[in-house]
Design a protein around this ligand. Structure first.
Ligand SMILES: [Zn+2]
Length: 306
């Protein structure tokens, strides 16, 4: 087993987070969070390289967006200071350590596979957006997939998606889409959303109180996710779908039976691919830290002094 320690970085809409991963202990430590969203690339790189002790052999990053060659961020959905930047080269220049950079779902899939010794599964994030990766024979086989932008609603009034298309699963069943729907429903039904409470928490409370609107909306999300799961099962069937993301975990806890019901209706040739005996649908073992571990695992394979 490797005795290496690697600095791991994660970023998203709420800013940057870093920790140090020890392969020998299999643990993450020295967590730090950058409270504000970085305004300049220099500020972001300085945070990544801060307190890099001599024993830390390199830097591994997990950031949403499109990467080129494991070190250049082509386009970030939420941290635009990174757009077009050769992050690997900047790290090499500032702290002279090899680095690896990859998409947050690639690292999450790699982390889940490593932590659970899994070789064949799909992992999906259902949070602010929707993303997914397929692990087959221990490797991520679709690193550039755009699972959230699979179109599941072809109707002319389907919701617009951030990508510019209509009816993507992300426009129908992501946390962002659901928040908009809650506001629309409550306005139409004259329901007052209490101030100071998260909109989705209000929806959950209403669901637990068996309010009709909240049950219908959960059912719609289950239907949309069933459409997605069905497409995944029909293209490359698996026996395990791992779910992460706040909304995804809430949906699993409340309406996983509805997801299976709708999947069975759509899978007439191989309905058993939706059955519990065949397909497990589980939440991620490490929804918050798996991608950091995955970044370190990919660092061991692919890191370079760029
Ligand atoms: Zn889209």
């Amino acid at each position: 087993m490797s005795g290496k320690i690697v600095r791991v970085i994660e970023g998203g809409g709420s800013g940057l987070r870093r920790a140090d991963y020890s392969f020998a202990n299999g643990t993450l430590g020295n967590f730090r969070r950058m409270e504000n969203i970085p305004k300049t690339i220099e500020e972001a790189i300085a945070f990544m390289c801060e307190e890099l002790m001599p024993g830390i052999e390199g830097v591994a990053g997990s950031l949403a967006g499109v990467w080129a060659e494991n070190h250049i961020m082509k386009k970030s959905p939420n941290l635009h200071v990174f757009d077009g930047e050769d992050i690997g080269k900047r790290i090499s220049t500032i702290c002279n350590r090899p680095s690896f950079w990859g998409n947050d779902m690639l690292t999450a899939a790699t982390g889940e596979a490593y932590l659970r010794n899994l070789y064949d599964f799909y992992i999906l994030t259902v949070g602010g957006g929707i993303g997914g990766k397929r692990v087959y024979k221990g490797e991520v086989i679709n690193p550039d997939a755009e699972v959230g932008h699979i179109i599941i609603d072809n109707s002319p009034y389907a919701k617009m998606c951030g990508c510019g298309n209509q009816g993507c699963v992300e426009a129908c069943a992501s946390g962002g889409a659901v928040k908009e729907k809650i506001i629309e429903i409550c306005r139409a039904r004259n329901i007052t959303i209490p101030s100071g409470i998260d909109i989705c928490k209000f929806w959950d409370d209403e669901y637990d109180a068996e309010k009709e609107w909240a049950i219908i909306l959960y059912d719609q999300v289950a239907h949309a996710l069933a459409n997605l799961f069905t497409i995944l099962q029909k293209t490359h069937p698996t026996q395990l779908i791992v779910v992460k993301g706040t909304l995804g975990i809430n949906v699993l806890a409340r309406v996983s039976d509805r997801i299976r019901f709708y999947m069975r209706e759509k899978m007439r040739i191989n309905p058993q691919w939706a059955d519990e005996d065949f397909l497990k649908i589980e939440k991620s073992i490490s929804p918050n830290e798996g991608s950091l571990v995955g970044a370190a695992v990919l660092w061991e394979k692919y890191a370079q002094l760029w």
